[in-house]
Each structure stands twice: as structure tokens, then as C-alpha cells.
Design a protein around this ligand. Structure first.
Ligand code: NAD
Length: 385
């Protein structure tokens, strides 16, 4: 058994813990939470042997092999750095850090330490997203011409909606682009095999101030009473971003990300137009893939492992007609991550810190472009997965 610790007991802490519990060869051995009562409740519910308030306790524990960092973004860099220094394998939630320099340091340190490292761009691992990727690899789409899409949510629509992500000190200088735009760009690059080379971004904050609760709130759990419960607080992160970009030599694209789009709960949509065919996929209908043709009827492919490209089949565990969703993507990432710990010579097949650094570079370019109102280049990097 590989023994692992989950750090953070909010939305992602629980999702990671449940996904780890679905793996045969991994033991969720510890839960770490700043809020002792929340950690005790989560850990007790899953009969986790160790519940710690102090992160350094698990780093000192030689029986812990790996950690999952599920804390607010600004904690990722110091927590990942100390875990790597302690020789632990690390799964870090996205974004990898809040600044490019931090990401570069983590990538270099992980290499020096020779440990496995993963940044949780789990959305790549929906079966139909893998189907798009394998169709592109097999040449079914032809040369990629256009990549476009949206990532829309509505949970920060009102000025009474608050979360640590709103505050740049906890979430980093970008909110919408770093929080959800990074998932979209990771998917676009993963499926097309191309890298964004330059972009032009328009970022906007519709609520220059928000009502910040006086008590802390966890993700998706905002409940505000009267004026005595909140402080009117200036907002320094964006609610919205529209980006046009260039990919590889030839491809062009655009994406719009928003956390203030009423009714759109978690709508990542992506459409890729190639010289031979197009594909379109939407996270709110994950088992369906639209395939567009010029000279014959368009198709809707429905997830069924027996009908997927052979290389995409291992991402679908259930037969056709049995949906696989958001939770399952974590299982797919973690399964591959932990398998790679047992087979040190194998090339990792999951998003690594280097991929997280790519996203930091894209977000950074979007911030720069938003400031200068012009195009910004995205530094070239070699992808590792
Ligand atoms: N991969 C995905 O699909 C996905 C989805 C949502 C969030 N995320 C990422 O997961 C991370 C956590 O987000 P969330 O939505 O779970 O937030 P959350 O607010 O629900 O939970 C954060 C948790 O971290 C704890 N925490 C804060 N500081 C801590 C510390 N120093 N030590 C231990 N615990 C500490 C808080 O008490 C809380 O329990 C973020 O980086 C976010 O970007 C990823």
C-alpha cells in the first residue's frame, strides 16, 4: 500500500479523499485541516487513522509517501515546496502556484528530488475528452484550424457572493482565468497537442466591491445575513476574461471564462475545427461528443468503451449507458499517478508540475495583456505529458 495524506478539508479535500478511497493500492492515512473540527469530522467519517492540524506532522512522518494539497491557491507553493523537500510525492490542486517564478521553482525542485508530481487538471480525463484527443492523434480531424469555447459558472454572480478566491492574497492575482480558464487551456492544449504561443485578453471585474462575510466561508457554501455580517470590500481579481489566442504554427482560437453567468453552473465547452472534421464537447453533457462533417451527416457519439478509440478506452470504466462524470476524472488521474510511483521507469501519463507551470505562463500573459491592452507572448516550454 502507498500511504497518502489529504491536506485541506473543503470541497476538494473531500473529493480527493473519496477518489483515493476508490484505489485498491492506496491508503488514505491522514487528513490535515486548519479547522480542527472540520478535519475531525471528515477524517472520522472515513475512519482515517491520523487527523492533524499541523501539516509539518505529516511531512515528518516517514510512513506517509504522498500528499494531496487541496488548500487555497496561495498555500500551494509553500506546501508543495516543503513536501518535495521532505521527499514526498505530491498531487497539487490547480493552479500550481500564484506566480510563474514559484511554479518554476517547484518544477526544478521536483526534478531534483526525483519524486512524482501532479497538478490536478483532472478535466482532461473525461472519456469523451480522451476520445477527442485520440481522434486528433489519429488524424481524423486533420490540421487544427480553430479552437474555441467557454468556461462559465454563476456562483459569484451577486456582490453578496464571497470566497477566498475573490481575494488576491489567498487566490493569486488572477481569479477567473487562473481558477477555471486554466482548466480550459489545459484541455485545449492536451487535446490538440498544440501550445498557445500568444494571446490578447480583456479581463473585467463587474463587482469592484463585494460583501465579505466576517466569518470564513468554504467554497459553494456562502450564507449571508444582514449588514452586521459583512464588510464592503474592494475586489482585486477578475470576474470575467475573454481571450483570443494563437496556437502552434497555424491555429487560432478564442475562449470566454466567467463566474457571473446566471444558470451556467460549470459549463466548460470546447469546439475544435480541423481541416477534415470538427468536434465539440460540453462538461454539462459529458458522455456526448459532437462530430461535425462537411460532406456527410454530423454525428453524436455516446460514451461506450467498446466504441471509443482503443487508446481512450482505459478512461472509461463503465459500460455504455452508465454515465461517468466529474468525480471519476479524479480517480483516473490518481490511479495513474499512484501507478507511476510503483513503476519508477514509466513515463507519467497525467498532468505534471510542468503542465501547471504552462498554465501559470498563460495566466500571466493574460494579466499582462489585460494591463497593456495588447498581445502578449507565452513562453515556449516543453510539455511533459
Ligand atoms: N480540480 C478541480 O476541478 C478543482 C475544483 C475546485 C477547486 N479546486 C482547487 O482546489 C483548491 C481548494 O479549493 P476548494 O474549493 O476545496 O476550497 P475550500 O475553501 O472549499 O477548501 C479549502 C480548505 O483548505 C483549508 N485550509 C486553508 N489553509 C490551510 C492550511 N494552512 N492548512 C490546512 N488547511 C488549510 C480550509 O480550512 C478549507 O478546508 C484550490 O486551489 C482550487 O483551485 C480544483
Amino acid at each position: 500500500m502507498i500511504r497518502t495524506a489529504i491536506v485541506g478539508t473543503g470541497f476538494m479535500g473531500r473529493v480527493h479523499l473519496e477518489a483515493v478511497r476508490r484505489l485498491e493500492f492506496v491508503e488514505a492515512a491522514a487528513v490535515v485541516g486548519r479547522n480542527a473540527e472540520a478535519a475531525r469530522r471528515l477524517g472520522a467519517g472515513f475512519s482515517i487513522p491520523t487527523i492533524a492540524a499541523d501539516y509539518s506532522d505529516v511531512l515528518r512522518d516517514p510512513k506517509i509517501d504522498a500528499v494531496h494539497i487541496c488548500t487555497p491557491n496561495a498555500q500551494h507553493f509553500p506546501m508543495a515546496k516543503s513536501a518535495l523537500a521532505a521527499g514526498k510525492h505530491v498531487i497539487c490542486e490547480k493552479p500550481l502556484a500564484t506566480a510563474v517564478e514559484e511554479g518554476e521553482e517547484l518544477v526544478a525542485l521536483a526534478r531534483r528530488q526525483g519524486v512524482r508530481n501532479c497538478v490536478c487538471h483532472n478535466l482532461r480525463y473525461y472519456p469523451m475528452v480522451q476520445q477527442m484527443r485520440r481522434m486528433r492523434e489519429d488524424g481524423d480531424l486533420g490540421e487544427i484550424l480553430i479552437v474555441q469555447g467557454t468556461y462559465f459558472q454563476d456562483w459569484l454572480l451577486y456582490d453578496t457572493d464571497w470566497n477566498w478566491r475573490v481575494d488576491a492574497k489567498a487566490g493569486g492575482p488572477s481569479r477567473c482565468m487562473a481558477d477555471i480558464g486554466s482548466h480550459w487551456f489545459d484541455m485545449a492544449e492536451h487535446v490538440t497537442g498544440l501550445h498557445v504561443t500568444s494571446l490578447c485578453a480583456d479581463l473585467h471585474t463587474f463587482h469592484p466591491t463585494r460583501k465579505q462575510p466576517k466569518h470564513s466561508v468554504e467554497t459553494f457554501s456562502n450564507q449571508l445575513g444582514g449588514p452586521e455580517d459583512y464588510v464592503e470590500t474592494a475586489v482585486d481579481t477578475e470576474d470575467f476574461g475573454a481571450v483570443i489566442f494563437r496556437m502552434g504554427e497555424q491555429a487560432r482560437g478564442s475562449v470566454t471564462a466567467s463566474q457571473v453567468s446566471a444558470g451556467r453552473k460549470n459549463r466548460l465547452s470546447i469546439e475544435i475545427c480541423g481541416a477534415r472534421a470538427s468536434v465539440a464537447w460540453n462538461q454539462e453533457r459529458p458522455d456526448e461528443l459532437w462530430v461535425g462533417h462537411r460532406d456527410s451527416g454530423n454525428q453524436i457519439l455516446v460514451k461506450d468503451p467498446s466504441l471509443l478509440k482503443p487508446a481512450a478506452r482505459s478512461y472509461a470504466d463503465l459500460p455504455g449507458g452508465h454515465s461517468e462524470g466529474y468525480d471519476d476524472t479524479f480517480k483516473q488521474v490518481f490511479r495513474r499517478f499512484y501507478a507511476s510511483i510503483r513503476t519508477p521507469d514509466e513515463v507519467p501519463e497525467y498532468p505534471q508540475f510542468a503542465d501547471g507551470l504552462r498554465q501559470l505562463n498563460i495566466v500571466n500573459a493574460a494579466l499582462e495583456s489585460g494591463r497593456t491592452r495588447g498581445w502578449a507572448d507565452v513562453p515556449t516550454m516543453v510539455s511533459e505529458s
